[in-house]
Structure formats: structure tokens, C-alpha cells
Design a protein around this ligand. Structure first.
Ligand code: ZN
Length: 124
């Protein structure tokens, strides 16, 4: 997912780190000949990159984590409802209705928040 650069700071090893609008960070190392970013060394160069979009891998990871967490919660809610329907003697159609109901009524907020909070961490 693309995110705009909102600022820069130096890390503990004197490498520049770009701060992204999403709250994630990415190192912008200038270590020629591997990484050639002379612009990062000047105030003016850094200012000229504000608003430029970078691909944020962390956002993608968080997106996947949230999707997985949601899928897991819904699957287990549907499965449980379907099994309970069976135990109370419902026909297949009734069990299916219960499972669909469970998908619609199961709370997802806490699973999403858990997945999101795991995505908030240090720079790459
Ligand atoms: Zn991000």
C-alpha cells in the first residue's frame, strides 16, 4: 500500500528514517554504492520528498493480518453455530441459517484491534 512521507528523523545509528502518514517508518539509507540517496543528507532534499509516496510493506502485512484474523473469527463463529444447530436438532437449512446469523452478528472489533496493534512496531 502506498503511503506519503510526512517527516524524517535520525535513528540511533545516524541513518535517516522516513515517517509515513500511516504511522509506519522506513529507513532511507545513503550508503553508496548500494543505496544512493544523496538527497537524504540535506534538509532541502528531505523537504523536497515530503508528500512523496512509498510502498509500505508493513501496511500490507497489517492488511493481511487483519483479513486473516477476521476470517478466523467468522469461520469459528459459523462452525460453532452450525454445530449447535445440529445439537438442537435443526435441519441442514436451519443450521445454515444459524451459521449465517453468526457471521452477521459476531463482533469483529477486538480481533481487528488485536491484529492492528501487532502491526505497530519499529522501522523496517
Ligand atoms: Zn504503513
Amino acid at each position: 500500500m502506498k503511503q506519503k512521507i510526512s517527516g524524517f528523523h535520525l535513528d540511533g545509528e545516524a541513518h535517516w528514517v522516513a515517517e509515513l502518514e500511516c504511522g509506519h517508518q522506513q529507513h532511507m539509507r545513503h550508503t553508496p554504492p548500494w543505496m544512493d540517496r544523496p538527497w537524504v543528507l540535506t534538509e532541502e532534499g528531505r523537504r523536497s520528498r515530503l508528500g512523496v509516496e512509498l510502498e509500505c510493506k508493513r501496511c500490507d502485512e497489517v492488511g493481511h493480518a487483519v483479513a486473516e484474523a477476521v476470517r478466523e473469527v467468522l469461520e469459528s463463529a459459523a462452525r460453532q453455530a452450525y454445530e449447535e444447530g445440529g445439537l438442537s436438532g435443526l435441519c441442514a437449512e436451519g443450521r445454515w441459517d444459524l451459521a449465517l446469523d453468526a457471521i452477521h452478528t459476531t463482533g469483529l472489533t477486538s480481533a481487528i484491534q488485536r491484529a492492528l496493534s501487532q502491526g505497530r512496531s519499529s522501522p523496517d
